[in-house]
Design a protein around this ligand. Structure first.
Ligand code: FAD
Ligand code: SF4
Length: 523
């Protein structure tokens, strides 16, 4: 390793070597609460292996690098010593190797770090510290409202884990959207009002998401991504993510002012060429810890209390952050490392090649995959009911699907990605927290978007050259699991519909599905 100038200077033994990972970018974090610039030193590492262990897309890598570089600069400007190992200035592929080297050269009294968002890193960092003979102090990640232990304690009380009961408990505990002990607006959720499509005319008057023009530090990071990861998918031409706390706060303010009021009604809708609609795009800033979820929730709640946004929008949004986000993180730590191996249906097909290019005649997949690769973003229903459900219906190996999701999204961190992919989208965990697999025919996508109008296939056709592959594989999936789904109250209706099909039609769908599954790459 080529030491940074600060590291080569002789000095007194370090008290705390504070390791800051790429998604821990908050100067108020627990790892820095007792930081002493005279006795402690920070270590930050740009590790190429983190971008290669899944074949990460350029926007995702760039978000991390740009935000890390800005954060290191902000710490340095406080006079805090930071050993920042930038790409190309050190020989280590992995963070762990860089840490081992630093500990060997300059052993501190202790390593201090916030608990990581990834099981693999937690294990390997602990191993490095043990091997170096340096005590390691994990500090709690305070960027969640519920600690790992609190979630585990809550989960112990339930046979089935359901987000709704967790969410209601969180509302009561925090008092968010509560009035005199009752849920604001008279209901715990307004889900039923959150599922409208845009109708035939499509969305109108949606405020644009603010774009943050790359400054010099970000431009350097983008250039480093192009130089070090030339063959990776994705595009940096339109890079405009907030990568500093100041920009993240601006993004939050603009969302609450301009898009939150209409967030609720069309939360599940999709539209060609409309990549962001009324969504917040705040997951990136929250996952990097540039924003605290508490301030995000508080800003949304205040908008409701001051009459700037209706309850169906604010509750719909708060449910995502206070409910789903915390719940998913709790599930991750409860179910790792087994979750990574989960494969309830025993699916083993490779991911269709067009997940890496968007080059398919299926308009829904072309749109959703295309924007994902271009920007690093797709909203929840695109991830769940377009790309996720297709991977399930196409019987793709859950590990291959999870690796893809972890690689392509700018907000991808494993604690958020894996339960959503393995648990919610693929039912690979056998229904740990969902009551049934999220599957629907092409008719659902047709109802919730205009994609089918631009498609080579027909959503209602289940067999033959014009058949919608989603519809074909949906019926095939139900037929394969007919017995199990017939016995389950949440899926029995689907099976009754399947059984209404003429035997000849059912046979034709089955034959056609076989052909579709054999030609996934060329759909
Ligand atoms: P909005 O629609 O504006 O929602 C507000 C916020 O709620 C989000 O920013 C996010 O922080 C939170 N949120 C909503 N739903 C979830 C959820 N199911 N899990 C966790 N947080 C949630 N989210 C990630 O942050 N990282 C991922 O890697 C990720 N992978 C996903 C993979 C699949 C298959 C699915 C179905 C969902 C995934 N999600 C992931 C959750 C969700 O899709 C994204 O958080 C959301 O689309 C981000 O866009 P947004 O900020 O505009 O969200
Ligand atoms: Fe997607 Fe089928 Fe609609 Fe085409 S017809 S856009 S494949 S759902």
């Amino acid at each position: 390793m080529r030491p940074t100038p600060a590291m080569s200077r002789p000095r007194k033994a370090i008290r705390h070597r504070v390791l800051i990972l790429g998604d821990q970018l908050d100067a108020r974090s627990s790892a820095l609460e007792d930081f002493d610039p005279v006795r402690d030193r920070i270590l930050m590492v740009e590790a190429p292996g983190e971008a290669a262990h899944v074949w990460s897309a350029k926007p995702r890598i760039a978000v991390f690098l740009a935000a890390m570089r800005h954060f290191a600069r902000a710490l340095e400007s406080r006079g805090w010593p930071v050993d920042y190992l930038a790409l190309g200035t050190h020989p280590h592929a992995a963070i762990e190797a860089a840490l081992a080297d630093v500990l060997a050269r300059d052993p501190p009294e202790r390593v201090v770090a916030v608990e990581p968002g990834e099981w693999r890193l937690e294990q390997s960092i602990a191993r490095v510290a043990t091997e170096a003979g340096v005590p390691l102090a994990w500090r709690e990640d305070r960027h969640f409202l519920v600690s790992r232990r609190e979630f585990a304690d809550w989960a112990r009380g339930y046979r089935q884990l359901r987000m709704e009961s967790f969410y209601r408990r969180m509302r009561k505990l925090t008092g968010v959207l509560m009035q005199d002990g009752e849920p604001a607006g008279g209901a715990w959720n307004f889900d039923a009002r959150n599922r409208e499509s845009y109708g035939r005319e499509g969305p109108r008057d949606i405020a644009a998401v603010p774009r943050f023009a790359p400054d010099r530090i970000t431009r350097d990071a983008l250039e480093a991504v192009e130089r070090h990861f030339p063959g990776h998918p994705g595009d940096l031409a339109a890079f405009a993510w907030p990568v500093t706390r100041e920009d993240a706060l601006d993004a939050l303010e603009a969302f609450v002012r301009e898009r939150l009021p209409a967030f609720g009604r069309h939360q599940d809708a999709m539209w060609t060429g409309e990549e962001t609609l009324n969504h917040s795009l705040l997951s990136v800033a929250m996952n990097l810890k540039l924003l605290d979820p508490r301030e995000v929730i508080a800003a949304a709640e205040l908008a409701w209390r001051e009459g700037r946004a209706g309850i169906e929008s604010v509750e719909g949004f708060v449910r995502q952050v206070l409910g789903w986000r915390e719940f998913i993180r709790g599930i991750y730590w409860l179910d790792m490392p087994g979750l990574r191996e989960a494969n309830h249906f025993g699916h083993a097909r490779p991911l269709p090649a067009w997940y890496w290019t968007g080059d398919t005649r299926m308009a829904c997949m072309r749109e959703a995959v295309g924007q994902t690769l271009r920007t690093g973003y797709a909203h929840h229903i695109q991830r769940l009911m377009v790309m996720g459900q297709f991977a399930l219906l196409a019987e793709v190996d859950p590990k291959a699907v999870a690796d893809w999701y972890l690689a392509v999204y700018a907000d991808a961190v494993e604690w958020a990605e894996l339960p959503n992919v393995a648990g919610m989208a693929l039912y690979a965990d056998g229904g740990r927290f969902t009551s049934k697999p999220y599957v629907a025919s092409g008719a659902y996508i047709d109802r919730m978007s205009d994609y089918c109008r631009h498609c080579a296939y027909r959503p209602k056709v289940a067999a033959g050259p014009k058949a919608c592959p989603v519809t074909t594989l949906y019926w095939h999936f139900l037929a394969r699991h007919e017995e199990a789904f017939a016995a389950h109250p949440r899926t029995a209706l689907m099976i009754r519909n399947l059984r209404r099909m003429e035997p000849g039609a059912r046979e034709a769908v089955s034959l056609w599905a076989g052909r579709v599954l054999e030609s996934l790459d060329t759909l």
